[in-house]
Design a protein around this ligand. Structure first.
Ligand code: NAG
Length: 330
């Protein structure tokens, strides 16, 4: 069904008065059960955490005049966009444009570490992952002088997300933006030869920002899996001994954009794709993706086009149930 479509007209044949109240009731727009809009404004690629003050804070891609947007909520249901620039200063490697997909962790020393993507001065149109540190969840986040990952020869680095393993070891997942150096077409990777868009896992020191060893690949796009031009937006969660890697497939502009998950019993993989669309276009959602699932495993934020004009990506929240190798929206 088309998102936000009005109810189909019914044919007026014969109707007793007793039926009238029921058929004249205007149904609410149908939505995927368990999914609700949290911010009716442009707030793409949302991530979130519960801060030391007990509130939820969400972070979004540049929009509403901010490089990095921040919203807060007491109950994960009612959200307020804050008039705060979370990243008021820039690092020397980045331009003032295109700050994408921030993710924030609370470090053991009480500081907040933001991972984000910024445009590389040395390679306009391509991105590096940077890190920035703050004393409060709303910032100001002070960026590191050096990028965390660039890989510009492979297209750049994007979509970082922090992860803390059961033993406290910290990792960062991110996407190698291969399609930015693809050969054109769908998200610049629709024309053969298609290029890889790997999801990498980088172990880091307890400071959250210093890499330990080399990053390892844990996922990639595959035509056989129906991923379209890319996989992106990783979000890693551990539940009952199973690692759940949530990700989006297809171009974010496309109605085929979605949220899927893969599972593994070892953090480094191998990850088995379920190829199940946890969220997809329909039932009031348009191109849902860019999801983050919290470490608690029971809730998520994601974005979808606010309406058919496809100009802004609104933030949605949903409940998640993880069981065995399976994820469900609840
Ligand atoms: C996970 O895989 C890595 C790489 O193969 C291996 O070194 C490590 O021992 C594995 N960990 C567990 C808990 O099996």
């Amino acid at each position: 069904m088309r998102p936000f479509s009005s109810p189909s007209p019914f044919t007026w044949v014969t109707c007793t008065l007793a039926f009238l109240p029921a058929v004249l009731t205007t149904p609410l727009p149908k939505r995927t059960q368990g999914v609700s809009m949290g911010l009716d404004t442009d707030f793409p690629d949302p991530s979130f955490l519960k801060a030391q003050d007990g509130k939820w804070y969400a972070f979004g891609t540049n929009g509403n005049g901010k490089r990095i947007q921040v919203a807060s909520s007491d109950d994960f249901s009612s959200w307020t966009l804050l008039d705060i620039e979370a990243l008021p200063t820039l690092s020397s490697w980045e331009t003032d444009k295109e700050h994408y997909a921030p993710d924030v962790i609370l470090r053991d020393d009480g500081k907040y570490v933001m991972y984000y993507s910024g445009e590389a001065k040395s390679d306009i149109g391509h991105h590096c992952v940077g890190t920035a540190i703050a004393d409060k969840p709303t910032g100001p986040y002070v960026p590191s002088d050096t990028p965390f990952s660039c890989r510009l020869d492979q297209g750049g680095s994007l979509d970082p997300a922090g992860f803390e393993d059961a033993d406290g070891t910290r990792y960062v997942t991110f996407k190698v933006d291969g399609n930015s150096i693809g050969h054109g077409g769908d998200c610049n990777n629709g024309i053969a030869p298609l290029v890889p868009t790997p999801i990498l896992l980088q172990k880091v020191q307890p400071d959250g920002v210093t890499p330990i060893g080399d990053a390892v690949q844990i996922l990639d796009r595959s035509t056989a899996d129906g991923d379209g031009p890319l996989v992106e937006a990783p979000s890693l969660v551990l539940h009952d001994g199973t690692y759940f890697l949530f990700y989006s497939t297809h171009c974010y502009t496309d109605e085929a954009y979605d949220v899927r998950w893969a599972t593994a019993t070892n953090i480094t993989g191998p990850y088995t794709k379920t190829n199940v669309e946890l969220l997809k276009t329909g039932d009031g959602l348009i191109s849902p993706g860019g999801a983050t699932v919290c470490g608690c495993g029971d809730r998520m934020l994601f974005h979808g086009w606010c309406d058919d004009s496809k100009k802004q990506r609104c933030m949605y929240h949903a409940g998640v149930d993880l069981s065995g190798q399976t994820a469900n929206i609840v």
